[in-house]
Design a protein around this ligand. Structure first.
Ligand code: NAD
Length: 500
């Protein structure tokens, strides 16, 4: 008997299970370790009804008290860090230290949400006219929902949950069905921290559940993170149903290496950013673009040495640089992309296919892979591979290097490595990408700034967390109040009021 991962609902009187379940693998062994409930409209509706009952009292709880729940939750997650990291690694496959980073980056957003009283302060103008004051307030949307990908099962649910809750919303989370256990544990810890029942619930499922969320008339806002085609679909269907929607999609981030860069530092940064978490990060650097053939040759030589020294291992191996990919299907997809790269004429310098780890022969491991002489017309360059595959695209000038990520269909992140501040500054200003690193390989902004890409990496116009997150999860109400001393002149009441 495998473990069963159920929805985390507020009401005991839940609808009967649909009977559909999904398999959750241990990517290290390749074995099914649990089954997860795959819910439907009825399960979602039960969650929405409970959320609607709980939300008004939560919204009426003053923001400082809501923030105190966040403080307690943060402490609880910290005290459960080891347990959560092991659970996360066992379903996702990332190594324990990386799993802790996943959780910590989520906690950073919880810390930001602890500042909700400050973030939610409105604006006020005294004396906008005679006896007239104007003020605005941020009010919660009501019931919000989040749909999250497999690759950050703690950080991304917390991006949404922490901000939505701190703003006074009730929240329904639909995590990836491939690694659903950590989101459930986080919801349990929120309850322990004092969050009232019904304010946060977790429903599991696939497209059936996502469609139910998008169509439900009582869900006011939906935040999605996942692959681009699905992000676009979620955005369109959600907006058509009258919801506020932000939908983050896929990525293909470039690392630009100028001839003056410190190549040893670049290699250390690149190997971490390209192969860390088996390349399953939307801010990974799967493309490296050295400027000039001399830079490219020198970089390639150092990269080959560094990549050959990488250790792929099980998640619990403290010496492993990265672990298995999430499923057998994803492993097969990555290996197909490697074949496509070869067929399209790129030079395969290091081939990571067919890696078998002793004692874990059925695990979903893919060795680090390096391609050189990749060109922009190749499909393997244009599409996201989302695995431990680094592609070198050689260019001859700064302008060419700037044009590549700018023209790519994705615009999530980009990094430039150089000692030339002026070149870096110009690159950052001109590149057509949403998040830029200057000698920073994974430029995921800190929690009090905001996260979001451009082009097919994000649909909708509001980013995750920071004040953009607060804006997404609230609506502004503006009050114009008049307390005149005497009678107001009657003549004024029939024309559009002005202050002239
Ligand atoms: P995915 O698109 O397969 O799944 C994301 C969510 O959508 C899951 O909850 C899943 O259940 C649901 N879903 C899957 N198929 C669906 C369908 N046909 N209709 C409706 N919903 C569906 O993504 P994934 O494989 O879990 O995650 C990896 C992807 O996420 C990569 O493309 C990666 O770049 C992207 N990602 C983007 C960001 C970002 O902020 N831009 C961050 C992390 C991951």
């Amino acid at each position: 008997m495998t473990r069963f991962i159920d929805h985390h609902l507020a009401d005991a009187s839940r609808p009967a299970a649909s009977g559909r379940t999904g398999e959750v693998f241990d990517p290290n062994s390749g074995l099914v370790q649990a089954h997860v409930a795959l819910g439907d409209k009825a399960v979602l509706d039960a969650a929405v009804q409970a959320a609607k009952r709980a939300q008004p009292a939560w919204a009426a709880t003053n923001p400082q008290r809501r923030a105190r729940v966040m403080f307690r939750f943060k402490a609880l997650v910290e005290s459960h860090m080891d347990e959560l990291a092991h659970l996360l690694a066992s379903e996702h496959g990332k190594v324990i230290a990386d799993a802790k980073g996943d959780i910590q980056r989520g906690l950073d957003v919880v810390e930001f949400a602890c500042g909700a009283p400050h973030a939610l302060k409105g604006e006020y103008t005294q004396g906008a006219g005679p006896g007239i004051d104007v003020y605005s307030m941020r009010q919660p949307l009501g019931v919000g929902a989040g749909i999250t990908p497999f690759n950050f099962p703690a950080m991304i649910p917390l991006w949404m949950t922490a901000v939505a809750l701190a703003c006074g919303n009730a929240f329904i989370l639909k995590p990836s069905e491939r690694d659903p256990s950590v989101p459930v544990r986080l919801a349990e810890l929120f309850l322990e921290a004092g969050l009232p029942p019904g304010v946060l619930q977790v429903v599991h499922g696939d497209k059936v559940m996502v469609d139910a969320i998008l169509d439900h008339p009582d869900i006011a806002g939906v935040s999605f993170v996942g692959s681009s085609d699905i992000a676009h679909y979620v955005y369109q269907r959600g907006v058509a149903a009258g919801k506020r929607v932000q939908a983050m999609g896929g990525a293909k981030n470039h690392g630009i290496v100028l001839p003056d860069a410190d190549l040893d530092q670049v290699v250390a940064d690149l190997t971490g950013a390209a192969f860390g978490s088996a390349g399953e990060r939307c801010m990974a650097l799967p493309v490296v673009t050295p400027v000039g053939q001399k830079t490219a040759d020198a970089l390639r030589e150092k990269l080959v040495t560094a990549i050959r020294a990488l250790r792929v291992g099980v998640s619990t191996d403290p010496d492993a640089h990265y672990g298995p990919v999430v499923t057998a299907a994803h492993k097969a997809k990555i290996e197909d992309w490697i074949q496509t790269g070869i067929d399209e004429g790129a030079e395969l310098v290091i081939d990571g296919r067919g890696l078998k780890l002793q004692g874990h022969e059925n695990g979903f491991f893919v060795g680090p892979t390096l391609f050189d002489h990749v060109t922009p017309t190749m499909r393997a360059y244009q599409e996201e591979i989302f695995g431990p595959v680094l592609q070198m695209v050689r260019v001859d000038s700064f302008e060419e290097a700037l044009a590549l990520p700018s023209a790519h269909q994705y615009g999530n992140g980009v990094a430039i490595f150089t000692r030339n501040g002026r070149a870096a500054r110009e690159f950052a200003a001109r590149v057509n990408v949403g998040m830029v690193g200057i000698n920073v390989p994974i430029p995921v902004p800190v929690a009090y700034h905001t996260f979001g890409g451009w082009k097919r990496s994000a649909f909708g116009d509001t980013n995750q967390h920071g004040m953009e997150g607060v804006k997404f999860w609230t609506k502004v109400k503006t009050v114009t109040a008049r307390w005149p001393e005497g009678l107001v002149e009657e003549a004024n009441t029939f024309v559009m009021p002005t202050l002239a």
